[in-house]
Design a protein around this ligand. Structure first.
Ligand code: ADP
Ligand code: MG
Length: 276
């Protein structure tokens, strides 16, 4: 075996997260290389909601990975934990158990303030209900993440105009959300999500409130962003839209039940092919 390959195999078998700080320094170059490939990794992640006397286990032992540049779809019935998982991945919520690595950082112990800092500019969200601010114009809605990053006014103006053109909504920049169709509102929401060039876009049923033509437009925009190297995790109830992703993960009752890779279904932990 050539020396280079042997070396590579040795390093591939190293669990970078099990290394101590000193060892991390020793393997720093490799650590950086491996880190670059991985956007998201959860280890036995769980989330329990406690309200009064009632406990709801929303997620249990979730082991989920997303590589940089991947487009992953999450499917599953209502109430199975899809939004909870997306919120934890997006640093909007913390798990009760397990570990969560975002871009190589173990963040489940981060405070809310630290999570907010990390989220800014790194993660963009797209929601089913668009979540635009009704009192702000299209321009102002899209400008918000740049204000949070303290980008100066002239640069904000250039970047907002550019992204609105890209989303084919430039002619509506002075309008308010209530004056737009659902499809237009979602394109504004996508513009707002990507204005800071985040590495990760999280979309929770982004086509759920749209007709098929507008839904198709949204999917095409997400595909384009993914081709431009943005990692995407999208929750959807539409099999057609999920099929446009590289990979489909099925959730049921807080568990991952199977993953569809290249249109084949494998049960987690069991290598045999279930169906095509
Ligand atoms: P999905 O997005 O797949 O429809 P969710 O992640 O929203 O599912 O919810 C998963 C489970 O957790 C459901 O039983 C839901 O009722 C519960 N749940 C979600 N958010 C909360 C919350 N803030 N407080 C209490 N229970 C919640
Ligand atoms: Mg949901």
């Amino acid at each position: 075996m050539p020396y280079g390959q042997k070396k590579k195999e040795k390093y591939n078998s190293i669990d970078i997260y099990a290394l101590r700080a000193k060892e991390k320094t020793k393997f720093k170059h490799i650590f950086t290389q491996l880190k670059i490939k991985e956007m998201i990794r959860t280890v036995n992640l769980s989330k329990i909601f406690r309200a009064d006397e009632i406990e709801t286990t929303a997620l249990e032992n979730i082991n989920f990975e997303v590589k940089k540049g991947e487009f992953v779809a999450i499917m599953g019935p209502s109430g199975c934990g899809k939004s909870t998982l997306l919120n934890i991945i997006g640093l909007l919520d913390n798990p009760n158990g397990g570990e969560y690595y975002f871009d190589g950082l173990e963040i489940s112990k981060y405070s809310e303030r630290q999570r907010t800092e990390l989220r800014k500019g790194n993660i963009g969200f797209v929601f089913q209900n668009f979540n635009l601010i009704d009192e702000l114009s299209v321009f102002e809605n899209v400008e918000l993440p740049l204000l949070a990053l303290k980008v100066k006014s002239s640069e904000r103006r250039t970047r907002v105009k550019e992204i609105l053109e890209k989303m084919s909504i430039g002619h509506r920049q002075k309008h308010f959300p209530g004056q737009l169709s659902g499809g237009q509102q979602q394109r504004v929401a996508i513009a707002r999500a990507v204005i800071t060039n985040p590495g990760l876009i999280l979309a929770d049923e982004p086509t759920g409130n749209l007709d098929s033509a507008n839904g198709e437009q949204v999917i095409q925009l997400l595909e384009k962003l993914n081709e431009e190297k943005t990692t995407i995790v999208m929750v959807t109830h539409s099999q057609d839209h999920a099929d446009r992703a590289h990979r489909i993960v099925n959730l049921f009752d807080g568990h991952i039940i199977n993953e569809r890779i290249d249109r084949k279904v494998y049960t987690i932990g069991q290598p045999q092919l279930l169906s095509l």
